[in-house]
Design a protein. Sequence first.
Length: 438
Amino acid sequence: MPLPIVAIVGRPNVGKSTLVNRLSESKDSIVHDQPGITRDRTYRHAYWQDREFSVVDTGGLIFDDDTEFLPLIREQVMVALAEATVAIFVVDGQTGVTGGDEAIASWLREHSVPVLLAVNKCESPTAGLIQAAQFWELGLGNPFPISGIHGSGTGELLDELIQYLPPTEEIEEINETRVAIVGRPNVGKSSLLNAFLGENRSIVSPISGTTRDAIDTVVERNEKTYRLIDTAGIRRKKNVEYGAEFFGINRAFKAIRRADVVLLVIDAIDGVTEQDLKLANRISEEGRACVIVVNKWDTIEKDTYTILDYEREVKSRLYFMDWAKTIFVSALTGQRVEKIIDLVDQAASEHQRRVSTAVINEVIEEAVSWHSPPTTRQGKQGKIYYGTQVTSQPPTLVLFVNDPKRFNENYRRYMESQFRQQLGFIGTPIRLIWRGKP
Ligand code: GDP
Ligand code: GDP
């Protein structure tokens, strides 16, 4: 497990970078995600008591305040949350609650990442408490009054923060693929797990998470290690009678968050249901790789075209996930169960893949030459200067443009499909961030 990541989110100028400096102290320990784009994502090594972590400040992408830039801030926050173990939401105690804060708070509440609310610029102990109290209304629990500049209050914040982080001795570089098996009750998740484990049961070691309730199962296959997330929990709960309405969607969401690759298991008899759509949405929002597993294929009457027809049906229901591969299996007979792992490997490696700036710019140049960026009614044309991949898991590309507002949805979709066609990224979502000139 690499160092857990603590994401610092918030509006511009609330004091995020000041806080990051304060938390990491040593200014020379900056680890850049990739050279040349240091302003976008800076990871800094930090520790408090016996816990180590990385702090990432995503503020570099935003230059101006509030509403106009909200969509861009949202994108940033989502990117940051996807990889974070905990988020610190920084607000400005001297300004009070703004519309921007409320918007960010509502996105944070949608997410399963724990959030600590830091009310910055609270230098005065008594006034600070009053300033901080205004932020209860954001619905994110206890506001911590702090001063990033003076350091007051940060100890209490860090004490709370490390409750969410694993002890340092549990952090080691293990090269493992984390796989979550999610789906509605009775789609065959446990059966699939059993079919997958097969004869290899002996090397199964259940590992209980410290700060979470799930139990993971670690297996080795072809000299690779896979951590199957939450599956034991699902097995344990098997004898519990699920009410018709009950669906452990929050547990599934948590498993998705911890996974590299999610197996979205669909019951061949029922097809893609509303609940499957919710899971699929969450998977793409969280930026996880995915393999769609249609189970109980043995129960379907087949002729030659059925798989194709069925796949078309699945794809059209899950159109927003057209990057994911679909496999038709039977946990009961074992048909194609072994093949799932190949798709997991492919999705995991695409999820981690990095593409050079040169290649990205070739794609942009080619795409623009076929179809130039739109011109606004005022006659102003969009221009893409260059693009670069800023992070992986999921692959995230930043496109530097003259003005993001000149690129409508259509053009953005066109660009994304060009990247898909040229770069592949099978099995993983990708993110495009359109960034204007500072
Ligand atoms: P960011 O845009 O959120 O990263 O904000 P910065 O860290 O760049 O800080 C924005 C402004 O707020 C700067 O002028 C800082 O000096 C000021 N600032 C940051 N932290 C504090 C604080 O604890 N107290 C006060 N009074 N000002 C602060
Ligand atoms: P879970 O709740 O998703 O873990 O589902 P289970 O693995 O407990 O399976 C639910 C039911 O579906 C059980 O009665 C299984 O025997 C059955 N089942 C699971 N996989 C298959 C399959 O591939 N084909 C058929 N026909 N039945 C299956």
